[in-house]
Design a protein around this ligand. Structure first.
Ligand code: GCW
Length: 715
């Protein structure tokens, strides 16, 4: 019986690889669908010896491990690598858990400290043969190990001998989807939502499995399906059944599902008169709702909540506070080991207030008051996912609260899916930022991973950039941001360079020259975008509403703090928001060492200058140039970068497949148009205050300011 099963599995595997090959050569042009999991043959000189795969277990996860290793090894080595029953040759991969595999058990590998998700990859001897053992305490751990092994192969890393032992540094590694139930996506630039609500639960798009698989390849283990601007309907019985069907597809890949909860759902769904968190009926409604959800989805993650922010209901609607709201929900999911992720993106407008100070003012006083199963989700910067922000002062500012960074993978303020902007360097800047909360070396990473304050529950979220577009992310290079987010969530110490290198090799090519060019473009791209959009600390000067393209002149929004003019404060004297003592003094929310550095115009990092200071137009910078000239040259530099990037990309036309080459070339053309538009519109407008000529080296604007004001950039 066992033997027949193994033979069947082997035949299935051979058939599967044959199918994959024919698909790869016949049907699939390179359209980006396969992401970084293409498994194209390595150069013939770079193929290590892999003979067979011995994989134990019959669960869906064990099957996923086996399929991945067979497809991956076969693809990369350019020949079928089949499943074997026992170790008979050198170069056999043995994968499993001590429970599922007697071979793995026999190796007695050091797994005890690796938890539920870690893995070991080790060269070992079995039956006198050299093998590669991929072992973990759980099957999901083995899956992560398998993906890691394939990543090493793809990046042409040596695999003999291997001695790798890893576990994730953060527990909750999560995508937040801002997907609406009608299939649209708030701030989504890659098509429609992947969740086919109208067809669920009877019909589940097979693509969802590929989505889960891609996430598992990075170690992403959770996903919140619906927009934080939530519709209560997502919690009704009908939609919960749909969510359960999605959760069933994700489960084998180690992904748990969360839902954004609308705080007023007890009224909208339950017919209650209030959603007051201290009302007993309200609390009972949520408890019952949690019971209902967990009966359908036993491993449901919990709720993500945007409360009292941008029109969303919340506890303050009932004169209660954030702790009342979060802890009431936390109590409802606690019996099921559920989690509540409460967002700190709260900024009530008050006269003369500084929006950058608002979240800290609103949440910091509650330090130490949130329940043990609450995570407070804090955006990387104090305003809103700008191309560059200083780190959010809540990091370090709430030692007794479990914080969870929220990053934005989708490029709301960074050129949508039209601009090449690799965000790993921006996230590194944030993770490496030193808060000085417990003296030097108190980095954001150490707060996020729980080590600084001994935080028990840890996590990180990225607002997803996925959609129904064939290539998932709209721009082929936007895949790199999904990739980098996931890898950093697993190990927040990874360098941008390593991430770029891994991604390029897996996604495009191992050609050495191309790898050099592409990693360089990736690594330079974010700074270039900052240069042509918001250099030297500028922020939130995008066209209101859609946030594509510049509108620094805009002052018509109902709320002052939705207007670009509120943020840059340009006048005859200079440019920038004074957040020092002479201004809003929100810089004082940082610990003294950071505060003093930011608050002094001489020590403030130049790339954050007008974030913290109203800088005189003729202020001298380190370059020796005055501020106005430097500003103009930054804008020009950004445009120049895109031009060079286009040439670099064009030169790769023989190396990159035609389909993707052309698609990216088209995007880069848009990026150049937009960069020039940004430069001209911003400089013409700021020039009405600076009253100075453009320095030499900066091109003459293509249109008049009025023309730029008349019509926003289109995407
Ligand atoms: O960045 C802003 C976006 C909103 C978003 C909000 C948030 C989901 O412009 O579209 O709403 O942040 O993070 O809640």
């Amino acid at each position: 019986m066992k033997r027949r099963q193994a033979r069947n599995t082997k035949m299935q595997a051979v058939a599967l690889t044959a199918l994959l090959f024919s698909l790869a050569t016949v049907v699939l042009a390179e359209d980006g669908y396969r992401l970084w999991l293409r498994y194209e043959p390595l150069p013939s000189g770079a193929r290590p010896t892999i003979a067979a795969i011995v994989a134990a277990g019959d669960s869906p996860t064990a099957k996923a491990v086996r399929d991945e290793l067979v497809a991956g090894c076969s693809g990369l080595l350019g020949r079928t690598i089949a499943v074997a029953e026992r170790v008979e040759q050198d170069g056999t991969i043995v994968v499993g858990t001590p429970k599922s595999s007697p071979l793995i058990a026999g190796l007695k590998l050091p797994l005890t400290t690796l938890g539920n998700e870690g893995f070991v990859i080790r060269s070992a001897k079995l039956n006198g043969r050299s093998v590669i053992a991929i072992a973990a305490n759980t099957e999901v751990g083995a899956l992560y190990g398998a993906f890691h092994f394939l990543r090493l192969l793809q990046a042409q890393q040596p695999i003999f001998p291997l001695n790798i032992s890893q576990k994730p540094r953060l527990q909750l590694r999560m995508l937040n989807h801002w997907d609406n139930l009608d299939g649209s996506i708030e701030r989504g630039y890659a098509g429609r939502s992947l969740w086919n609500w109208s067809e669920l639960p009877d019909k589940v798009d097979p693509r969802l499995r590929d989505y889960a698989r891609a996430n598992a390849s990075l170690g992403i283990n959770a996903t919140a399906l619906n927009n934080v601007n939530a519709n209560a309907k997502s919690l009704n019985a009908e939609y919960l059944r749909k969510t359960a069907a999605i959760a069933a597809v994700f489960r084998p890949y180690g992904m748990r599902v969360f839902l954004s909860a609308r705080f007023s759902a007890p009224m909208e769904l339950g017919g209650l008169k209030t959603a007051d968190p201290l009302n007993a009926e309200v609390a009972a409604w949520w408890k019952q709702k949690a019971d209902e959800i967990y009966a359908l989805i036993p491993d449901f993650g919990g709720f993500l909540v945007k409360a009292n922010s941008e029109g969303q209901p919340g506890p303050r609607t009932y004169n209660r506070d954030h702790v009342d709201g979060a802890n009431m929900l936390a109590a409802a999911v606690a019996p099921h080991n559920g989690i509540v992720i409460w967002r700190a993106f709260v900024y009530d407008m008050k006269d003369g207030y500084d929006r950058a100070a608002a979240a800290y003012d609103n949440l910091q006083p509650f330090d130490g008051k949130f329940a043990a199963n609450v995570l407070l989700q804090v955006k990387n910067g104090p305003i809103d996912f700008q191309p560059r922000e200083p780190f959010h002062p809540l990091f370090g500012g709430m030692p007794k609260t479990q914080l969870m960074p929220e990053l934005q993978i989708t490029q709301e303020y960074l050129g949508f899916s039209n601009h090449l902007a690799f965000l790993a360097p921006m996230w590194r800047e944030f993770l490496d930022a030193d808060t000085f909360a417990k003296g030097k070396g108190s980095t954001v990473t150490k707060i996020a991973d729980g080590s600084l304050y001994n935080q028990k529950l840890t996590g990180i979220a990225g607002v997803a950039n996925t959609g129904s577009d064939r290539n998932w992310n709209g721009h082929h290079f936007a895949q790199a941001n999904w990739y980098a987010f996931g890898r950093l969530a697993w190990n927040p110490d990874l360098s941008s360079k390593q991430l770029a290198d891994e991604w390029v090799r897996a996604t495009f090519t191992n050609d050495p020259k191309a790898v050099r060019t592409l990693t360089r473009l990736l690594l330079e791209s974010h700074e270039a975008v900052v240069d042509y959009m918001t250099p030297l600390g500028l922020h939130h000067i995008m066209w209101a509403g859609h946030h594509y393209g510049p509108a620094p002149w805009w002052d018509k929004e109902r709320r002052d703090d939705w207007n670009p003019t509120y943020y840059h404060r340009a006048d005859e004297k200079g440019l920038g928001f004074d957040r020092t003592k002479t201004g809003s003094n929100s810089v004082s929310q940082y610990f003294p060492a950071v505060r003093d550095r930011f608050a002094d115009l001489r020590t403030c990092p130049e790339n954050l200058l007008v974030w913290f200071h109203h800088v005189p137009w003729d202020h001298r910078l380190k370059s020796g140039r005055i501020f106005w000239d430097e500003l103009a040259l930054h804008y020009q530099r950004g445009v120049d970068w895109v031009r060079t990037a286009r040439k670099d990309w064009d030169a790769l036309s023989g190396v990159i497949d035609a389909g993707r080459h052309e698609a990216v070339a088209r995007k880069l053309a848009i990026q150049e148009r937009d960069a020039a538009h940004w430069r001209d519109a911003c400089l013409l407008y700021f020039q009405t205050f600076s009253k100075r000529p453009l320095p030499s080296g900066v091109e003459k604007p293509q249109k008049t300011l009025d023309e730029y004001k008349a019509k926003s950039l289109s995407w």
